[in-house]
Design a protein around this ligand. Structure first.
Ligand code: S3P
Length: 190
């Protein structure tokens, strides 16, 4: 899942993971785990360049884990795919990338709301003017994703279902088998 800040990468990624029975991974969470610090702390104490190094290292680690045959959903931070090296790593891994596309004002409003209501701190949020500039600079990178999913006016569940359908993703067989067994047991009890 790729896209700008506030695009819903983590929430759609989680919903898609639930829909398919696949584990969900968040790149920022992996960075925090590896670094033992929160993303805003890394920005504050070490700067953006250090954050980008940590981001790339965590991405390599996660993509390496895709090799074990387990299917996963991975949500990237808003700047990750705009780094050429990261986009190359993803393309080279053969993992499809999904750009969650939303209007810039909608993204801004969501980020401001999340900051005010949930205390979500985004080091690169800045002013609306800078937000727009960053969005304009990154959009051409996002458009290189393997698939673009428009998100305007849709619920998280709807978006996840549309992505699954567009990419032909099916619920994992082991999950389906477990569900069938559970249904059978329920039927026997009745
Ligand atoms: C960033 C977005 C953040 C996080 C970091 C940098 C960016 O993730 O990775 O603060 O460069 O746009 P979200 O897109 O989840 O906010």
């Amino acid at each position: 899942m790729i896209g700008f800040m506030g695009a819903g990468k983590s929430s759609v990624g989680q919903a898609l993971g639930e829909l398919l029975g696949w584990p969900f991974e968040d790149l920022d969470a992996r960075i925090e785990l590896r670094e033992g610090r929160k993303v805003p702390e890394i920005f504050r104490d070490s700067g953006e360049a250090a954050f980008r190094w940590a981001e790339q290292a965590a991405l390599r680690e996660l993509l390496g884990e895709f090799g074990d045959g387990t299917r996963r959903i991975l949500a990237l931070g808003g700047g990750a795919f705009a780094q050429r090296q990261n986009a190359r790593l993803i393309a080279g891994s053969g993992v499809p990338s999904v750009f969650l596309d939303a209007d810039v004002m909608e993204l801004w409003q969501r980020c401001v709301e999340q900051a005010e209501q949930d205390g979500i701190e985004r080091p690169l949020l800045g002013s609306l003017e800078n937000f727009r500039k960053l969005y304009a600079a990154r959009r051409p990178h996002y458009l290189k994703a393997s698939f673009r999913q428009p998100t305007g006016g849709k619920t998280v569940k709807q978006i996840a279902a549309e992505v699954a359908q567009a990419l032909g993703l099916k619920r994992s067989r082991t999950k389906r088998r477990k569900e069938k067994r559970r249904e059978k047991r329920r039927g026997e009890k009745r």
